[in-house]
Structures are given as structure tokens and as C-alpha cells.
Design a protein around this ligand. Structure first.
Ligand code: PEP
Ligand code: MN
Length: 348
């Protein structure tokens, strides 16, 4: 339910509605606009309906939210959300470029990549310390040592860190380093994990499951949002289709459609969709021109030596040209890099 208050409603009238709704065990999410306040009521619809809120003073009208996803929906919040992560904005006209290796392998590999992508203009640094690998015999990530190297990269470059949390047992050390907690495609429906990162309040990059619908992605985001954490970015990273000529099918249509369904920023991962370096640039250009709010891309100083995803990582030396071209495409969609400042700890 959405309770639209009158432009003349007082704070006391808004509070009276909140108290009444919460009194029947529902949650409230007030959005205070310049003109008026709208209160989202999330809970048992029948209980809330019985309150007959239309009769309360200051209330203009009460509208049902028809979608199963509520807090993430454009019905609930019609304007795009703009997140702020380490001084960089994401969403609206602000484009994010999140770049870095698939996984943290060594100090030299991590720090040199971080330095190169920062100098070229990336807004955040990615790198996995815990890796979801198809094979249990494959490299699983450096774990805590990887997190330590990411912390060093942050200190040297000032770039916010995006890193994956796979297991609730690792949440504390991950939160010590991560400016954005990545929930990988395979964990999109790990609801206990989603609720916990929701409670942490830390920004989240939520990747779409390999075979998940957009509605399922938004329902997963609700687990984070309902804990009061509004800092969620959705990520399209390719889905399984019948096509076998490439790894996954990047669902470009998801960009404009998610934007109709939801106010949350939409980030695109061309690297994992393609699985091949030669497709990363064209997919990035298409995603940026289609209105994506950012790209997360894999970059390695010597991709051929990479421990995982060697075939898809861009050589770090090519990253500057790549970024320039992607930004030209983002400009077509009216977006520019939310480049914030090489402040904290930046070395050059
Ligand atoms: C990753 O970004 O490192 C990753 C493993 O991606 P995904 O969860 O989309 O496969
Ligand atoms: Mn990877």
C-alpha cells in the first residue's frame, strides 16, 4: 500500500499514520518529497486495509501496490535511485565503471591493476577473495589474504572496493574491506545471505541468477531492501539460453525493462556474459548506450596468466581506450562518469 499525504500534511499527521500502520505489525517506509510525503506500508494487505487510513487527517489517498516486488518498484518510488559509494554517485545521470581482476592472485597483480584502472578513470575496484567456482577442485580464492590485499589497494588508490560474499561465516572480514558487497549469480536466491547483507546496511551489487527472471531478481532485492538497506544495485551478467556459440546471453533488454520495473541502478557485467575478451567491448558499448548505470568489467595486467577467467579479462594496458569508448556510448544515453576525486590515500 502507498499512503499519499496531502501537501499540507503536518509532521504529526504523518507520524500518526506511521504509528497506526506499525500498530498492526506492518513496516513503513516514508519518502519525504519536496511537495508531499508518501508512506509505503509493507505487510499483510488485509490488516492495513482494515485501518481505513483514508479517513485520517492529512491523508490524501491510499493506493495499492500491485506488484509482488514493492520497495524496489517504480510504483513505490517513481524516480531513479542515486547511490553514493565512497563519494561516487551511481544512478540517474551518474555512470559507474567498476574494474579489476576476476580474482585477487598476488600483491603485485592486485596493486598494479588497481593503479592502472584508477589512473584511467575507473570509479571502483573489483576483485574476488572468495570465488564461486563450478569445480570444487579449482582455485577458490585467497580468502582473508585476498581481503588484505584489497584493503591495501583501497589505501593506495582511494577506490571503493567491490568484492563478493559467498558465505555468511565470512561476513565480518568482508565488511571490513568491502564498500560494496557483491552477491554472485549463484547466490541470488540465498535468502539468509541477502537478509544479512540487508541488515549490514552496506551497498550491495546483486547479480542476476543464471536462470532467473527479472521478477525473481527484484524479489531477491526485496530481501535486502526490507531490512532498511536501500543501497542496492542490480546486475545483469548474462543468462542461460539455448545458444551455445558463446557462454551466456547478455540480456540487453533487461536494462530498459528493469528501469521500467524498478528505481534501482542497473549495472552490466559483459565479462561473465561473454566469457571472451573480443565480445567485451561491443557488449559494453551496447549496454552503456541502452542506459545502463554502469559496467563491471574484468581487467588483468597479463590476462593469459590469470588463474581464472583468463579468456575474458581485458589487458590492463587496453583499459584506458576501452573506458573512453564506453563513456562515449554512455553519453548517448545522457550519462557521464561519476568520477569522484582521487582523494583518500591516492598516490599520484
Ligand atoms: C564474478 O563477478 O566474479 C562472478 C563470479 O560473477 P557471477 O556471479 O556473475 O558469475
Ligand atoms: Mn570472473
Amino acid at each position: 500500500m502507498m499512503i499519499v499525504m496531502k501537501p499540507t500534511a503536518t509532521e504529526a499527521e504523518v507520524q500518526a499514520v506511521i504509528d497506526r500502520v506499525e500498530g498492526v505489525g506492518a513496516r513503513t517506509h516514508p519518502i519525504v518529497g519536496e511537495e508531499l510525503t508518501v508512506i509505503g506500508a509493507i505487510g499483510d494487505r488485509e490488516h492495513v486495509q482494515r485501518l481505513e487510513l483514508e479517513g485520517l487527517s492529512g491523508v490524501d489517498r491510499v493506493l495499492p501496490i500491485l506488484k509482488p516486488y514493492k520497495l524496489s518498484s517504480t510504483q513505490f518510488k517513481p524516480v531513479p535511485s542515486v547511490l553514493e559509494i565512497g563519494g561516487r554517485k551511481v544512478g540517474g545521470e551518474h555512470f559507474a565503471m567498476i574494474a579489476g581482476p576476476c580474482t585477487v592472485e598476488s600483491r603485485e597483480q592486485t596493486l598494479s591493476t588497481a593503479q592502472i584502472v584508477r589512473e584511467a578513470g575507473a570509479t571502483m575496484f573489483r576483485g574476488g577473495a572468495y570465488k564461486p567456482r563450478t569445480s570444487p577442485y579449482a582455485f577458490q580464492g585467497l580468502g582473508q589474504e585476498g581481503l588484505r590485499l584489497l584493503a591495501e589497494a583501497k589505501l593506495q588508490t582511494g577506490l571503493p572496493i567491490v568484492t563478493e560474499l559467498m558465505d555468511l561465516r565470512d561476513i565480518e572480514p568482508v565488511l571490513e574491506v568491502a564498500d560494496v558487497v557483491q552477491i554472485g549469480a549463484r547466490n541470488m536466491q540465498n535468502y539468509a545471505l541477502l537478509s544479512e547483507v540487508g541488515r549490514s546496511g552496506r551497498p550491495v551489487l546483486l547479480k542476476r541468477g543464471l536462470s532467473s527472471t527479472l521478477e525473481e531478481l527484484l524479489m531477491a532485492s526485496e530481501y535486502i531492501l526490507k531490512e532498511g538497506n536501500e543501497n542496492v544495485m542490480l546486475c545483469e551478467r548474462g543468462i542461460r539460453t539455448f545458444e551455445t556459440a558463446y557462454r551466456f546471453t547478455l540480456d540487453l533488454m533487461a536494462i530498459p525493462v528493469l528501469k521500467q520495473m524498478s528505481h534501482l541502478p542497473v549495472i552490466v557485467d559483459p565479462s561473465h556474459a561473454a566469457g571472451r575478451r573480443d565480445l567485451v567491448l561491443p557488449l559494453s558499448l551496447a549496454a552503456a548506450a541502452a542506459g545502463a548505470d554502469g559496467i563491471i568489467v574484468e581487467v588483468h595486467p597479463r590476462p593469459d596468466e590469470a588463474i581464472c577467467d583468463a579468456a575474458q579479462q581485458l589487458p590492463a594496458d587496453d583499459f584506458g581506450d576501452y573506458l573512453e569508448r564506453v563513456l562515449a556510448a554512455a553519453a548517448v544515453a545522457g550519462k557521464s562518469l561519476s568520477g569522484e576525486p582521487l582523494t583518500t590515500g591516492a598516490t599520484s
